[in-house]
Design a protein around this ligand. Structure first.
Ligand code: PAF
Length: 284
């Protein structure tokens, strides 16, 4: 497994793989890899012959008061994990490799409607930053498939729509959320939690599970359900950012008629913002 840092080195390595007629898979990450990322690599390995993992903490998707500076950068440990996972190439560019002329005035990719509200509401500009860097990575690597985690439900919807609307010749795949034994969705930001917060954190998923049970039991008063769930989160120590029930396909607000409901939540524990989701399929 090699690590390259520049786009020229990346293209040279990919040209060799293409000469050997290899199908190429891309797993975009921001590093600080955990078992959730390794599951993405495994999914790409099962479907392609040559797996590229990008590691880039993309400044364009962070807001001014967010954790860009403190975001963990752990390239050496990540390389060991990727070697064990059977990745073929790591692409770890610097900010100036990705944005040689700087980020001001850089072309931005904006995906309307699905980027609005939820994480897009609380993090203005975030999905422009994601869509821009992902479209650059897809153009640089030109993979057959690219794999993203379903934990970032709205992000996956944004990327799918971008690839569809821009006719990008790539198959976008979602990989299931990987959870700790107590149910907490794995995330690089879990490392910010202190011991007391880590004890509380699994209750985010438990709240989503309760909501799912209530929906399955036939409750149709969605606004009341949402309010109760928010109150439960507040009671155990979260500051909810959003908690919502959306149509899983369109991300528009769910109604009593919606059969595939995405239960979506973001909530703060102290300064750490956790997100999670659960797909609820109701009988038609
Ligand atoms: O999900 C992430 O880690 C990032 O948003 C991504 C897709 C790698 C783009 O920077």
């Amino acid at each position: 497994m090699n690590t390259v840092h520049t786009v020229a080195q990346l293209r040279a390595a990919l040209a060799r793989a293409r000469q050997e007629n290899k199908r190429i898979g891309l797993v975009p990450t921001m590093g600080n890899l955990h078992a959730g990322h390794i599951a993405l690599v495994e999914m790409a390995r099962q479907r392609t012959d040559y797996v590229v993992v990008s590691i880039f903490v993309n400044p364009l998707q962070f807001g001014p008061n967010e954790d860009l500076d403190s975001y963990p950068r752990t390239l050496t440990e990540d390389q060991h994990k990727l070697l064990d996972a059977g990745a073929d190439l790591v692409f770890a560019p610097s900010v100036s490799d990705m944005y040689p002329e700087g980020m001001d005035g850089h072309t931005q990719v904006s995906v309307p409607v699905v980027s609005e509200g939820l994480c897009g509401g609380s993090r203005p500009g975030h999905f422009n930053g994601v869509a821009t860097v992902v479209s650059k990575l897809l153009n640089m690597v030109q993979p057959d498939i690219a794999v993203f985690g379903e934990k970032d439900f709205q992000q996956l919807a944004v990327i799918r729509k971008m690839a569809h609307d821009l006719c990008l010749p790539v198959q976008i795949m979602g990989a299931p959320i990987v959870r700790a034994a107590d149910g907490l969705a794995l995330s690089s930001r879990n490392g910010y939690l202190d011991d007391a917060q880590r004890q509380i954190a699994p209750q985010l998923y438990q709240t989503l599970q309760q909501l799912e049970q209530q929906l399955q039991a036939g409750r149709q008063d969605l606004p009341a359900l949402i309010e109760e769930a928010r109150a439960r989160l507040e009671q155990v120590g979260f500051t909810p950012d959003y908690l919502d029930l959306r149509d899983a396909q369109t991300l528009q607000p769910a109604s009593a008629e919606t059969r595939e409901i995405a239960i979506l939540a973001a909530a703060f524990l102290g300064r750490t913002r956790l997100i999670d989701n659960l797909l609820c399929k109701l009988p038609s």
